[in-house]
Write a protein that binds this ligand. Structure first.
Ligand code: MF3
Ligand code: CO
Ligand code: CO
Length: 272
């Protein structure tokens, strides 16, 4: 009889199928979520993003772990803090958060060689209806993306579901930056676009694939400016507000396992 190659082997993507590997990923996601829970009460009007960055680095090191962003391709800080019209990769600085801001805090840590990655957008004090709308949109888009995946589905399902939702709401879905495979490396295959790029039809989320979903939604058009002179900060092309949420997910035989669920952060169905 012809020997069948197990289906799971057909995906060329990095896969983690031993208990040891999966537990390594789980521990990284869990610690990263604890870091975000630690930062959350400090994300308030009056604090600078540099101060938040220092707290994140200290908490990470105190627990014996490594800030993943610091030094990554020359990135100078521990967290990314993306304020208002910053789409992603905002560098912490001495600007104080103030009433009406929205700010995405993106944390990535290395725990025993495994990467955990997630982000959350915070509303500072009373924010405009528009700021609330785009934050809600990005949050809902993340959950829609999570519900779009199941074992052996194609990555394009994520972009299809998120884009359909965003279009109905009139939001732009950023195409120039995307989610990613993650494991012993920060960024690896597959790319996870939040729009339905055809090439994602052949990336199959077999059990064992570890990846992020991290939609960036703009209140206006989807376009982004080239990074600022700091080499990192990405702004919306039209100056409109942008929001983002990110979870780190492990596809298992039973379905997607979210590795970065926080204790105190917004839960599925949350209304901002
Ligand atoms: N955490 C970001 C992501 O979700 C990547 C930041 S890379 C850095 O992929 F170098 F800017 F930190
Ligand atoms: Co990521
Ligand atoms: Co991230």
């Amino acid at each position: 009889m012809k020997r069948m190659v197990p289906l799971r082997r057909r995906s060329g993507l990095p896969q983690y199928n031993t208990d040891e590997e999966r537990d390594g990923l789980r521990a990284a996601g869990h610690f990263n979520a604890e870091l975000l829970d630690f930062l959350r009460p400090h994300v308030q009007s009056g604090i600078t993003t540099d101060q938040l960055d220092a707290k994140a680095e200290e908490f990470t090191r105190d627990h014996g772990h490594i800030p993943a962003c610091l030094g990554y391709n020359g990135y100078p800080k521990t967290i990314c803090s993306s304020l208002n019209d910053v789409v992603c990769h905002g560098i912490p600085n001495d600007r104080e958060l103030r009433n009406g801001d929205i700010v995405n805090i993106d944390c990535t840590t290395i725990v025993d060689g495994w990467f955990g990655d997630q982000s959350e957008t915070f509303l500072i004090g009373e924010v405009s209806a528009d700021a609330k709308r785009i934050t809600q949109g990005a949050f809902d888009a993340l959950w829609i993306g999570i519900h779009a995946v199941h074992p052996f589905c194609a990555v394009i399902e994520i972009g299809k579901a998120i884009t359909k939702f965003a279009r109905e709401q009139g939001f732009g879905v950023v195409e120039n930056y995307q989610g990613h495979g993650i494991g012993r490396k920060f960024h690896q295959e597959p790319g996870i676009p939040h729009v339905p790029f055809r090439r994602s039809r052949s990336d199959i989320l077999v059990p064992g694939v570890s990846f992020t979903i991290e939609p960036m939604l703009n209140l206006g058009a989807a376009g982004t400016k080239p990074p600022l002179d700091d080499g990192w900060t990405v702004l919306t092309e039209d100056g409109s507000l942008s929001a983002q949420f990110e979870h780190h997910i492990l596809m298992t035989e039973e379905g997607p396992e979210i590795l970065t669920l926080t204790k105190n952060g917004p839960k599925e169905g949350h209304r901002f």
